[in-house]
Design a protein around this ligand. Structure first.
Ligand SMILES: C[S@@+](CC[C@H](N)C(=O)[O-])C[C@H]1O[C@@H](n2cnc3c(N)ncnc32)[C@H](O)[C@@H]1O
Length: 321
């Protein structure tokens, strides 16, 4: 046999081994059986605001013949769900999320909410709509009805300030602008059962998710619309109270937004805004700068720092121009 023939045989043998190995690896992946599919309105755009999804509820539609009762038990509240990973590159400031959520396997710690036939509702799933689910097991190390994700600093601020602010939100018509996943909007609706409450969100996927969540919570006095704070889907002088929680600092043109809110507010109408201090993005304005912005837009305003956030409580007292 010539040297070139030996080389040819050896390279063929290696190629065969490589092919075999790649088949074996694929076979390993294939052995992960799909037991269900995620159903929510998470898309790449809305999952980029990942923190919101901790509070949102997603459905998992189980493949037959697995039933919810064989996976979820009365004695456990939290579960580990293995699913397709999130195929998103978060920005550098959120590199920690890249490390945690975009690896080869997607894993979420979720709270079991309820099951209906072969559909399970869980809180806290970090997975795109249509992702496959491969496994669900009780997470006993984290199990308690009161258990929550370890709170990040921003969440501590958020919980502390919202506890103070939410009871102050009143009005026959209340519009929560930039409502995200709608959890706060739903809370407002439940505290004001005689009011009409609306959540406005620029991201259509999030609006649909809000609707899914409010249906699940059976909140009937809340409606969600996709809309922009610069062009709100309400007539002039038609709203009593507007709220903007953790959203104004996202905007390029806050004065324009405040003018548009003013257009839809009735005389004597109110706007309550909460914005973080020292956040990773946004203008990070001092309380006095927020005050100036509201005053220049024609509001009478009281600005306070509560639990590490700026709370602006503004009112339209004078005749509207
Ligand atoms: C940090 S999140 C806060 C969500 C919610 N208010 C909360 O506290 O849970 C800000 C939200 O404002 C929305 N948003 C940003 N610009 C907007 C605009 N121009 N009009 C309406 N919503 C907007 C974003 O899509 C996002 O959901």
């Amino acid at each position: 046999m010539k040297l070139s023939d030996i080389r040819f045989v050896v390279s063929n043998v290696f190629e065969t081994i490589n092919t075999f190995l790649s088949f074996a690896t694929n076979a390993d992946i294939m052995s992960l059986k799909q037991i269900g599919t995620v159903s929510n309105y998470a898309d790449e755009e809305s999952l980029k605001i990942l923190a919101l999804w901790k509070e949102s509820i997603s459905a998992i539609k189980l493949s037959q013949p697995i039933s919810a009762s064989s996976l979820f038990y009365d004695e456990y509240s939290h579960y580990i769900v293995v699913h397709d990973p999130i195929d998103i590159e978060f920005p550098e400031k959120r590199n920690e999320w890249n490390k945690r959520f975009t690896k080869d396997a997607g894993v979420s710690v979720v709270e079991f909410i309820k099951s209906e036939w072969n559909t399970i509702y869980v809180r806290g799933l970090f997975a795109l709509n249509g992702s496959m689910v491969y496994g669900i097991v009780p997470y006993t190390a984290f199990d308690s009805k009161d258990a929550r994700f370890p709170a990040a600093e921003m969440e501590n601020v958020r919980n502390a300030v919202m506890e103070k602010v939410l009871p102050q939100i009143k009005g026959k018509t209340i519009v929560d602008i930039g409502c995200g996943i709608g959890i706060i909007t739903i809370d407002i609706a439940r505290r004001n059962l005689d009011s009409e409450v609306y959540g406005i969100e620029i991201n259509d996927g999030l609006t649909k998710q809000c609707e899914m969540n409010s249906k699940l919570f059976q909140t009937t006095n809340v409606k969600f619309k996709t809309g922009n704070i610069y062009d709100l889907p309400f007539g002039d002088n038609s709203v009593d109270t507007a709220t903007c929680f953790f959203m104004l600092h996202h905007l390029d043109d806050i004065p324009r937004a405040l003018a548009e809110v003013k257009r839809m507010l009735r005389e004597g109408g109110k706007i309550k805004a909460v914005d973080p201090i020292g956040h990773h993005h946004g203008p990070d304005m001092a309380a006095s700068e927020w005050q100036k912005l509201f005053e220049e837009a024609g509001y009478s305003v009281d600005v306070k720092i509560i639990a590490g956030a700026v709370v602006s409580s503004a009112i339209l007292l004078k005749n509207k121009i």
